[in-house]
Design a protein around this ligand. Structure first.
Ligand SMILES: [Zn+2]
Length: 448
């Protein structure tokens, strides 16, 4: 099966979008040359203008300054050359917090008790395609019920459907009645729903972590505090005890997994940091003392600003926005947030906390992920720093060894755009070229 087509010369503007990836041996050995107008191989370090990349199968083989032909590179003269001389080329983006099998807004509510697992695999496939088309070549899915998300991860690797590489958490680890447990149904329904990931007490939580890893989790997600969208009036305070969080972190690390906490209120964030969690998601009510703990424990903050901008960052906008139909218990929690995500992230940035990009897409639409870059520039980061948060730093925070930069041996995960994001960060919203593991998923070519 041909995995990419040469765009015919003479077209003014053409799109090639490839939906199915060929993972045959022939493809894995294929050489490709990319001519980049500007290459930001490693965000945070200087860009090269122009530059040449050699891709061997799914990996970056060489990075050279200037534009070199296949013969100048010592390759066969007929090695394909991708002309990105009019474009800004950089590593594919990484989002450490998505929910691919979630539908945004009131459409998604209660689906989990009405639809079979297979339905979520199909939602996930649709959202995976949108996410890849937004330039995100690796994501971490932090919470999906059932087994659909594991199947989606594997189907993408096998080339059956297009999408980013996914690190999967599966069901989040949660206490009974916690954020990731079921809420808001009559007791007979609650009794019938599975309690996957639910645990109480340190030993029981060790069991839950072991089981989630046994199910195939690449990363362990823990709801250390209450959350906004669960239909309960139990607030967003700490819900696991320190002893439970300690046991969870220790077990996850013993099994070679990163462990990350969903946490809103300060005591829950601080307890997760004290337990040795690798990162904290949201961290809405972290203050200066909390930021010092992030630094002391060398932990990562994953701020998720954009969903609150999307949902509405004032009470008026929240009451009129896409979540206007939230149940009262959730609406009350949402109304507390407002500008807090931005204020908290600005404080973390000012204090030098390690920040990696996460969006909580699923709350905001999957495929809108790149808006988070704009939020980071909005709170004071330079464009270089924002781009690093969604590439090299996200790779480091997520323990993803082969992505986030384009140096020899790294995955050939590449995006290109017409604008220069170092001058105007909104260039990340308009991509002309997307490659994942050496396979082209979008190519826009301007002909004569
Ligand atoms: Zn989330």
């Amino acid at each position: 099966m041909a995995i990419w087509k040469q765009v015919m010369a003479g077209l003014v503007l053409a799109f090639t979008v490839v939906f199915v990836a060929d993972v045959s041996e022939a493809v894995q050995a294929r050489l490709q040359v990319i001519h980049a107008g500007t290459l930001l191989a490693e965000p945070g370090k200087p860009a090269l203008s122009p530059a040449t990349l050699v891709i061997s199968g799914a990996k970056v083989a060489r990075v050279e300054e200037g534009l070199l032909s296949p013969s100048e590179l010592g390759l066969a003269a007929n090695t394909p050359v991708l002309d990105l001389r009019q474009q800004f080329v950089m590593p594919g983006f990484i989002d450490l917090h998505v929910h691919l099998s979630m539908l945004t807004g009131s459409r998604g509510r209660d689906l989990e008790v009405r639809k079979p697992d297979a339905y979520f695999a199909l939602i996930g496939a649709d959202n995976a395609r949108k996410t890849l088309q937004a330039g995100f070549t690796t994501v971490r899915d932090l919470g999906s019920r059932g087994m659909a998300i594991f199947a989606l991860r594997d189907a993408i690797v096998d080339g059956l459907v297009p999408g980013p590489k996914i690190l999967v958490a599966g069901s989040a680890i949660t206490p009974s009645g916690g954020h990731a447990d079921f809420h808001g149904y009559r007791q007979e329904v609650l009794d019938a729903l599975p309690a996957t990931g639910v645990c109480n007490g340190a030993d029981d939580c060790r069991r839950a972590v072991r089981e989630t890893v046994k199910r195939g989790a690449d990363v362990v997600k823990v709801t250390a505090t209450g959350g906004v969208l669960s239909n309960t009036n139990a607030g967003t305070g700490m819900q696991f005890t320190q002893a439970e969080l300690d046991a969870i972190a220790e077990t996850a690390h013993a099994l070679g997994r990163k462990v990350t906490a969903h946490a809103h209120d300060k005591p829950g964030i601080e307890a997760a940091l004290a337990a040795g969690f690798d990162s904290v998601e949201h961290a809405m009510w972290a203050d200066e003392a909390t930021m010092r703990l992030f630094k002391k424990h060398d932990a990562w903050l994953i701020p998720t600003i954009y969903p609150i901008t999307y949902v509405g960052d004032t009470p008026e906008k929240m009451r009129a926005g896409p979540f206007k139909d939230l149940p009262p218990a959730s609406m009350e929690k949402l109304l507390r947030l407002g500008k807090q995500p931005k204020k908290m992230t600005a404080l973390a940035y000012k204090m030098g906390v390690n920040i990696a990009l996460g969006t909580d897409s699923g709350v905001s639409p999957n495929g809108d992920n790149a808006h988070e870059f704009l939020e980071y520039v909005g709170i004071g980061m330079t464009p270089e720093e924002a781009l690093a948060a969604g590439t090299v730093k996200a790779a480091e925070a997520g323990g993803i060894d082969d992505a986030g930069k384009l140096t020899p041996g790294m995955a050939a995960d590449i995006v290109a755009m017409r604008g220069n994001p170092l001058e105007d960060i909104s260039a990340v919203l308009d991509l002309a070229f997307i490659m994942r593991d050496g396979i082209i998923f979008k190519q826009e070519v301007r002909g004569q």
